[in-house]
Ligand binder design. Structure first.
Ligand code: PCA
Length: 214
């Protein structure tokens, strides 16, 4: 199995993005699966084409995009991507689309095609916190998750795809409010490794409670 794992470049005034920093720390093989690492731009119009170029070049079986979600306390495996963009800040090219669909002919939403609950359970069994999330936001991360699932449906039906959000790295929160959650890059990378391991082991989706009341 070949798994393409992408991470975004820094955005929103941060000097690093823990997503790509952690992706770089991943081993080159996880449970026998070859791991291809790719940095992609935090730009609405360029991130999809960058992933598609990676797909064409490496012909992966699975694509997992990783992004920063400052404020979350552990890695969050995203279940849903919506066909909608509402950018609170401009992206790295100054684009700030508001209230637009991502794909005029796309469905309202896609579910991840990787086993999100089995991945969560596997990370927890290894002793690290992990959650399933039911919103990837309305910024570039939701857009890449949606656009990759769209391109898989239209052009790469054999590829499975999904998205993982990661917390701030410790060094990013030193000047933020002391209650801001963070995790070491090494622990973020281990969490990602275990989540990806569940996919590499071909784990079936699990029946587990991962929902929230509000
Ligand atoms: N996080 C942003 C975009 C890039 C990233 O790493 C998001 O959650 O949309």
């Amino acid at each position: 199995m070949k798994i393409l794992v992408t991470g975004f470049d820094p955005f929103g005034g941060e000097s690093v993005n823990p997503a790509y920093e952690a992706v770089k720390l991943l081993p080159d093989t996880i449970a026998g699966a070859e791991i291809i690492k790719l940095e992609i731009p935090t730009v609405f119009s360029l991130s999809g084409p960058a992933v598609e170029e990676g797909i064409k070049k490496h012909q992966p079986d699975v694509v997992i995009n990783v992004g920063q979600a400052g404020g979350r306390a552990c890695i969050n495996i995203e279940k849903v991507a919506i066909n909608f963009v509402d950018a609170r800040i401009p992206d790295n090219n100054g684009e700030q689309p508001l209230d637009e669909p991502l794909q005029a002919d796309g469905p309202a939403a896609y579910f991840a095609t990787i086993p999100v609950k089995a991945m969560m359970q596997h990370v927890r069994e290894k002793g690290l916190p992990c959650a399933v999330s039911y919103t990837a936001g309305t910024y570039v991360c939701n857009s890449i998750m949606y656009n990759v699932l769209y391109m898989c449906e239209k052009r790469y039906p054999n590829i499975r795809a999904g998205f993982i959000h990661v917390p701030f790295a410790c060094g990013q929160v030193i000047d933020k409010a002391p209650t801001t959650p963070s995790m070491s890059l090494e622990t973020i990378a281990k969490s990602l490794e275990y989540a990806i391991e569940a996919v590499a082991m071909d784990k079936a989706e699990a029946k587990a409670s991962a929902g929230e009341l509000h």
